[in-house]
Design a protein around this ligand. Structure first.
Ligand code: SAH
Ligand code: DHB
Ligand code: MG
Length: 236
């Protein structure tokens, strides 16, 4: 015990968040290939003043692995930001596949557009500007093929309607991944006045009676703090 704690960087002692970040750095160093396009996308996003809330490298790689596992050719993402998660997803698409990504903020949309061009992925990514509750019905009206994978990562208040849209637009066997479903553990507070927390509580409670999916929630720690993902598989 003493030997083990001596081997840790001093600032991780009794500081869980520092420990999570140190472990993430150690594992990423072993498991994540350096990627110039992703680094450039993060730099351009920071330079433009976008919030630093993109998926971490290991989370991005998880998105890639799930994309591969379902053999995704059609991916829907709700919440583009600077397009970091989109780049991870697009890189794992099946041949001739596409990611449709929805973003309400014009500046985020433009930063992402430049990031996709720089990554050589512009042709693989279909960006839609507008509030997702307005662009989702348009997508349905276009009548494109069903989605194989959906990543929900936009305004947390609307997670329930986004999940409902994900179900409407995806095929049986599709996977739906929802980000930020634990929010520092605040989701256990029934009286929260934070609309984002209330939105996530409504989401978890609505899943209970949703017969069209099988789902599990995994809590996560790391450089983005304490949060979690819900993964759902569409049954029919
Ligand atoms: N998926 C990104 C992070 C998304 S952050 C990544 O991991 O790299 C959430 C994004 O959702 C922000 O860019 C925000 O502008 C966008 N957003 C917020 N409300 C929205 C809405 N109603 N419709 C579409 N996008 C929205
Ligand atoms: C926030 C949003 C996210 O999508 C995320 O992954 C982390 C934080 C936020 O709005 O604070
Ligand atoms: Mg998120």
């Amino acid at each position: 015990m003493a030997a083990r704690s001596r081997a840790l960087p001093g600032n991780t002692k009794r500081k869980p968040a520092a420990m999570w970040a140190a472990v993430e750095e150690y594992l990423d160093g072993l498991q994540i290939e350096p990627d110039a396009a992703l680094e450039a996308a993060l730099e351009a996003s920071a330079a433009a003043g976008l919030p630093e809330i993109a998926v971490t490298p290991s989370q991005g790689k998880l998105l890639q692995l799930l994309t591969r596992m379902v053999g995704a050719k059609r991916i829907l993402e709700i919440g583009t930001l600077g397009g970091v998660s989109t780049i991870w997803l697009a890189r794992a698409l099946a041949p001739r596949g596409r990611v449709v990504t929805l973003e309400a903020d014009r500046e985020h949309f433009e930063v992402a557009r430049a990031n996709f061009a720089r990554a050589g992925l512009a042709k693989r990514i279909d960006q839609r500007l507008g509030r997702a509750l307005e662009t989702l019905p348009r997508l349905e009206a276009e009548g494109g093929a069903a989605f194989d994978f959906v990543f929900i990562d936009a305004d947390k208040e609307n997670t329930v309607p986004y999940f409902d849209w994900a179900l409407r637009l995806s095929r049986p066997g599709a996977a739906i991944l929802v980000d930020n479903v634990v929010r520092d553990g605040e989701i256990v507070a029934p009286g929260s006045r934070d609309a984002r927390i209330r939105g996530m509580r409504r989401f978890h409670e609505s899943l209970r009676q949703e017969k069209r999916v099988s789902a599990a929630t995994i809590q996560t720690v790391g450089s983005k703090g304490y949060d979690g993902f819900t993964l759902a598989v569409v049954l029919r």
